[in-house]
Design a protein around this ligand. Structure first.
Ligand code: SAH
Length: 374
């Protein structure tokens, strides 16, 4: 507690009193002295997410202050050419269990724990007051009540337009994928755009094709999106058109990436740039070994497709696979692929996804920029 880690695990609690129905948890030490206050999630392993260690209590005033501080940080690190960004990043903004993504005039407030869901009304008021969105969508993902999909909307029905480094995108507020867009990859897209001129780009697990849009805007000769979701590929076509970029039907492939990669390797294809940004393969600790095999397979296949002198951007957003382990997996994939690569950079999420030093678990996205040596 003295180290201010914001997660209180149920195993660390000797005794609990009260029913916690107001969402508030007050943590006391063995002598009954108050240590911290936070949001109570009785059904979670992390039974409380701690917001205050200084005697203050979460509530309307504190929410407003913390959101305002988060807003000031964004104002310093984002350009006016970027109107889609993460405005509040849970522990990284001292708001454990609360995410707020802004997409132009719209905003999505995601409450990721039971406790913060109880505070919904006050959090909504604070979000409206500080960020002044024209439209605020709230998602509750902390319980089974909402599995991440707002009930009233279907994929592709509720689109919020915004800019990322001057490029036009839409967030699909009804898709159930994140809050509708992968804002955490902005920095990697911008790196790709800077090196894409004249290159062929294979964009694996493309979702709405944002990497391809960035590459084509940077002068890529061609970019192909591969995703298993038809709805995602529909958005990908839209995103290219919105930026006046070519959208040939052959550049959108609905397929399982693993099958598609095997076909391409067999056909002896070569690409200048391959982007590999799969969904989190490990969602719980028991998944880590299987996830490691998945990352190794997909990277081995992807590496075989990269032309000598070309690039692989390989990513993992599984928090449970840490940066060291991910790099080891990728190394062993390169041995199996018999393809020598050099690491030229590591790039995770941007400054709108701050990570509290007290809570390093908040850093989940790893991106390795690998250059094929021969
Ligand atoms: N790179 C994207 C985000 C990827 S999210 C961006 O920057 O926006 C992961 C995507 O992988 C989702 O769109 C999901 O539909 C897709 N997906 C998951 N498993 C897949 C598989 N086995 N084959 C193809 N696509 C898959």
């Amino acid at each position: 507690m003295l180290r201010r880690h914001p997660w209180l695990f149920s195993g660390a609690v000797a005794q609990a009193t009260g029913d916690g129905s107001d969402g508030h948890a007050e943590v006391l030490d063995a002598a009954g002295r108050p240590l911290a206050r936070g949001a109570y999630s009785p059904d979670s392993q992390i039974v409380a997410r701690l917001w205050c260690f200084d005697g203050r209590a979460p509530g309307a005033e504190l929410f407003r202050e913390r959101f305002a501080a988060a807003r000031r940080l964004r104002a310093q690190v984002l350009s006016p050419e970027t109107t889609g960004f993460r405005a509040v990043n849970s522990e990284g903004d001292l708001c454990p269990g609360v995410l707020l993504d802004v997409y132009g005039d719209a905003a999505v407030l995601e409450l990721t724990t039971e406790g913060t869901q109880v505070w919904r009304a006050e959090l909504e008021i604070a979000a409206r007051a500080v960020f002044e969105p024209t439209r605020l969508v709230v998602r509750e993902t902390g319980t089974t009540r909402d599995q991440g999909r707002p009930a009233a909307r279907e994929a592709g029905e509720d689109l919020a337009p915004f800019l990322e480094n001057g490029l036009r995108f839409v967030a699909d507020l009804g898709s159930g994928q994140k809050t509708g867009f992968f804002l955490d990859q902005r920095e990697n897209r911008s790196r790709l755009r800077a090196l894409a001129r004249g290159k062929s780009v294979l964009n694996l697990f493309s979702y709405s094709g944002a990497f391809s849009v960035a590459a084509l805007a940077g002068g890529a000769e061609r970019a192909v999106d591969v995703d298993s979701s038809e709805a995602a590929l529909r958005l990908a076509r839209e995103n290219r058109r919105a930026n006046g970029l070519p959208a040939a039907e052959a550049d959108f492939l609905q397929a399982d990436v693993f099958d598609d990669l095997r076909r391409r390797v067999e056909a002896g294809e070569r690409w200048d740039v391959v982007v590999c940004d799969p969904p989190a393969f490990a969602k719980k600790r028991a998944d880590v070994e299987r996830a490691a095999r998945g990352y190794k397979d997909v990277n081995r296949l992807a590496m075989s497709l990269v032309a000598p002198g070309g690039w692989l951007l390989t990513c993992s957003c599984s928090g449970l696979v840490d940066a060291d382990l991910f790099q080891k997996i990728v190394f062993s994939a390169s041995v199996d692929a018999r393809a020598p690569f050099a690491l030229t950079g590591r790039q995770g999420a941007g400054a709108d996804h701050p990570v509290a030093l007290d809570c390093p678990e908040g850093e989940y996205l790893k991106g390795l920029w690998l250059s094929r040596l021969q």
